[in-house]
Design a protein around this ligand. Structure first.
Ligand code: PHE
Length: 522
């Protein structure tokens, strides 16, 4: 404002050192004042209110000693000040003088004070010769301090530099002119052209902020992967490096047959009830599964076979044909295993070893019959499943399952356990334990627990087992082909302690964007 007002009055400011800043008594000749002025000049010139040119100067500043002299006086003046005037008091002995002004000042000050004839010896002590002095050194220091120079000129400055009381410093001052948008009031420049400005015509007189093409700009907020998808990618790469192939899990809707019956889940099992499973109403029934296989499944449920007594309960076609949202990805595993067994059933298969058409069955090898048509397989999937659950901090009606199945001749429970130790270690879970469990489709079954270092306890992470012969043999697998499988939730290892931090309207977009590629919190 001072600059604008001065320009308004004078037209130009030839030398900014002549300005008197608010709160300053002297003209703003000092280094610090010019730095403040430069900030204001830059801000005003960016608004085109002024233009300015810079003049380089060499100015002087006080050294530490110079500053002390500006404050307390020169050594000689300090010596003079503590002595009595001749004839008016006890002369001060040198020892006493040292005590009063310090050894250094006593020594340096005496010599100069003698030279200037301010003091003299009087017997064993010292006295003042004059009652008043002019401490020119102190005055010079004060002048340099406030103006950066001495009126007395370069010779005097050189002498002070030699005495190491002042040093040179590069400085600058400025010449200021009115700019094209000069005004005495600093209006906040417009940053946007608005409809209001256009209709009122105020755009003609407004000042505008200049574009800053060097500014970084506002982040555009592009898309980012959801933490669950990052974890899915990580787990997928573990499977791939272990030689697994991914199963096609795109059909969320399955039939009761593939989700339960093919897995030897009894038709009266509680998991199949509406409070646990979402059923479809339109359409409500599926197309029929492969007929011969369907019959074998129905038979093993109702009457047994393959060494099993079966459930001995009446078979329901209705129950089997119901459409539902799959409750586990094991539904897909079952249909993939059925396809894998195609060659064992004597069906035509395509290059990847899977049946080209699974609807017809030509021959089915009887129990115990060896077949060289079998090819081992390692399959995995990571996808969404649905359960009709009461939602809370750890449960949602839909979540993701990670599932792996391995089919080979002569596999044992030890293979399953060994395999899971390797897999979980790759996920960062070194400390795992197994507990006997029950699944209708596996025997034996194992629940998997991992030690949670933060919680300091064992947490259930998954479920596994050896698929039952009642499930595998109706598909057409020879007796010695064993299949082990296991499933874990994707959300559990990913979420911190509340599933709502991962899914739903309470998810923090910032966390989603900034979360690391993988964070296993088990
Ligand atoms: N389907 C089981 C579940 O939902 C997991 C599982 C898969 C268990 C394969 C055994 C074999 O928990």
């Amino acid at each position: 404002q001072l600059i604008l007002d001065t320009l308004d009055k004078q037209g130009t400011i030839k030398d900014t050192r002549t300005l008197v800043l608010p709160g300053q008594i002297d003209p703003a000749a000092t280094h610090d004042a010019q730095i403040i002025i430069l900030g204001a000049l830059n801000s005003l010139s960016s608004r085109e209110m002024i233009t300015y040119t810079t003049q380089e100067t060499l100015s002087h500043v006080l050294t530490q000693e110079g500053a002390s002299i500006a404050l307390n006086g020169s050594h000689e003046a300090r010596v003079w000040a503590v002595l009595p005037l001749k004839g008016e008091g006890e002369p001060v002995p040198p020892k006493e003088l040292e005590k009063r002004v310090g050894a250094e000042t006593a020594k340096l000050g005496q010599a100069n004070a003698f030279k200037k004839k301010w003091i003299a010896k009087d017997g064993p002590g010292l006295v003042k010769l004059v009652s008043e002095i002019v401490d020119q050194t102190q005055l010079d220091m004060r002048e340099v301090d406030s103006t950066g120079t001495l009126k007395a000129g370069e010779k005097a400055l050189a002498e002070l530099r030699r005495r190491k009381l002042i040093t040179q410093r590069k400085g600058q001052w400025f010449t200021v002119h009115k700019g094209p948008l000069f005004s005495t009031s600093i209006a906040k420049p417009e940053t946007d052209l608005t409809v209001d400005m256009l209709t009122s015509g105020s755009w003609k007189t407004s000042t505008y902020k200049r574009y800053n093409f060097d500014a970084e700009g506002v982040p555009t907020g592009g898309g980012s992967l959801h933490p669950l998808m990052k974890v899915r990618d990580e787990i997928r790469s573990i499977f791939l490096e272990m030689g697994f192939a991914e199963m096609p899990t795109s059909s969320f809707v399955e039939s009761g047959f593939w989700c339960f019956d093919s897995l030897y889940v009894p038709q009266q099992h509680p998991a199949r009830e509406v409070q646990d499973t979402f059923y479809l109403s339109d359409p409500s029934t599926s197309l029929p599964p492969p007929e011969a296989y369907y019959k074998r499944v129905a038979k093993v449920h109702e009457h047994g076979g393959y060494g099993s007594t079966g459930y001995r309960a009446p078979w329901s076609d209705t129950e089997s044909s119901k459409l539902l949202l799959r409750t586990h990805t094991t539904a897909t595993s079952a249909s993939m295993l059925y396809k894998l067994a195609a060659k064992c059933r004597g069906e035509e298969v395509d290059d990847d070893g899977l049946a080209t058409h699974s609807g017809t069955t030509q021959t089915h090898k009887e129990d115990g019959e060896e077949s060289d048509a079998f090819r081992p397989a390692k399959l995995f999937s990571i996808d969404r499943v649905f359960r009709n659950e009461t939602m809370d901090a750890t449960h949602l009606a839909e979540f993701h399952q990670v599932e792996g199945v391995v089919a080979d001749r002569g596999l044992t429970l030890a293979d399953l356990i060994g395999f899971m130790r390797v897999f979980f270690k790759k996920m960062g879970l070194e400390n795992i334990r197994f507990k006997p469990a029950y699944n209708p489709y596996t025997e034996p079954s194992l629940e998997i627990f991992a030690f949670h270092p933060q919680l300091g306890k064992w947490v259930e992470v998954g479920n596994s087992g050896m698929f039952r012969p009642e499930m595998l043999e109706p598909m057409g697998f020879p007796k010695d082909v064993h299949v082990h499988g296991w499933g874990i939730g994707l959300e559990r290892p990913t979420m911190i302690n509340n599933i709502r931090t991962l899914v739903g309207h309470k998810v923090s977009i910032e966390n989603v964007e900034s979360s690391p590629a993988v964070a296993f919190h088990m």
